[in-house]
Design a protein around this ligand. Sequence first.
Ligand SMILES: Nc1nc2c(c(=O)[nH]1)N[C@H]1C(S)=C(S)[C@@H](COP(=O)(O)OP(=O)(O)OC[C@H]3O[C@@H](n4cnc5c(N)ncnc54)[C@H](O)[C@@H]3O)O[C@H]1N2
Ligand code: MOO
Ligand SMILES: [Mg+2]
Length: 426
Amino acid sequence: MIEKRKPLAVKEAINQILKFSIKGTSEYVSLQDSDGRYLAEDLIADHHVPPFDRSPYDGFAIRSVDTTEASSENPVEFEVIDEIGAGAVSNFTLRKNQAIRIMTGAQIPSGCDAIVMLELTKVYKKNEKMFMSIKRRFSSGDNISFKGEDTKKGTILVKKGTYITPGIIALLATFGYSKVAVGKKPKIGIIATGSELLEIDEPLVPGKIRNSNSYMIESQVKRCGAEPVFFGKLVDDLNTCYEAVKQALEEVDFLITTGGVSVGDYDYLPEIYQLLGANVLFNKVAMRPGSVTTVAEYNGKLLFGLSGNPSACYVGFELFVRPIVRTFLHSNYPHLQKTKAVLGKDFLKPNPFTRFVRGRMSFSDGTLIATPVGLDKSNVVTSLADANIFIVLPGGTRGYQAGDLVEILMIEDQIGSDIPWAESFK
Ligand SMILES: Nc1nc2c(c(=O)[nH]1)N[C@H]1C(S)=C(S)[C@@H](COP(=O)(O)OP(=O)(O)OC[C@H]3O[C@@H](n4cnc5c(N)ncnc54)[C@H](O)[C@@H]3O)O[C@H]1N2
Ligand code: MOO
Ligand SMILES: [Mg+2]
């Protein structure tokens, strides 16, 4: 008799897995290599920015008090006593009606309390000396970029657990982080099972297809910030697969298998979990695609038994593996971001189980549109190329029409969410 599996609600399935989520260790990498990683320590300003009062313009440093009488009819004359570019510091202190020619980024000279842009001055020479005149008044503080106006020393600028973007790289460089503490990438083992699978460079022969899942998973593993370790594609043979799974488990933090997880004659994963003595958390989820997704725990390590069907495999990864990886990486936002969008075209299939329709988001006049892409079948591979969202259609509904408001999960977003999106789902 075929085993009858009891489907678990998606929310329950994710909660079961999260119980086994762990934070990984951290490591130091060079600033350039920290791109796209997750900060393992707060980024703190260790000095004021800017570190000194500086000029935001190319112009002249003056004392505003000397401009009190300046007007278009009464230009006020200044003697130019020095000139400095960014990086240079003037040794002079401004006295009455003196100016220093100063370029953008240079430190404000002592005595100066305002900067006049070059365009507002007339520059001329008299008796071998440089002069300039201005025709308007300036107030103290005009055009000065003050020390600490960007940020003050000691401010926590980015919290640990944040995904490192180019803007954060700029801050890390500003504060001299030549080495950056980041969450260590988990090693994720990948095993593809299936006697029908060909290598990607093999020609097609009757009954066989090329292995696409393991490459897809490798790419998903990298997209979510982990390190893939491919252990090969295996024929459907119990002993071969069991030995490979057992060996791989010793070398990785998490293991993903694809295929062989359903109830068929050559689906050996259920037996492998038994032989290992692994604790199966669930082997059926009330969702489409990916209802056969199985997750087991073995000595604290999670084994993700993803479906062999490409779309089901893809969805299973994003829903179940991604939050575990992101937690491991110290992210404070391990969950997929969820938002609402307007359905771009009819989706009339009734939904006994919660459905994760591969879709693409776009904007139209400021409205977020979610359009299903390709055939909505679990064995379909082509729809994945265009997908950047899952449209979540809750179980027990009769289908949806274009214009309906639907919830979407953003699978290409790197920031994530601290709110488990599945909380509101059955
Ligand atoms: N009697 C039942 N049959 C099936 C059930 C069920 O509940 N009762 N569930 C169906 C569902 S739902 C799914 S999903 C699939 C899951 O199958 P498996 O995870 O056991 O995967 P396989 O049988 O190994 O392969 C399924 C399908 O996927 C293709 N495949 C496998 N690996 C790859 C790969 N690396 N790259 C590309 N394509 C791959 C494989 O050729 C098959 O076509 O079971 C249903 N059956
Ligand atoms: O697991 Mo299957 O993908 O529900 O079609
Ligand atoms: Mg099968």
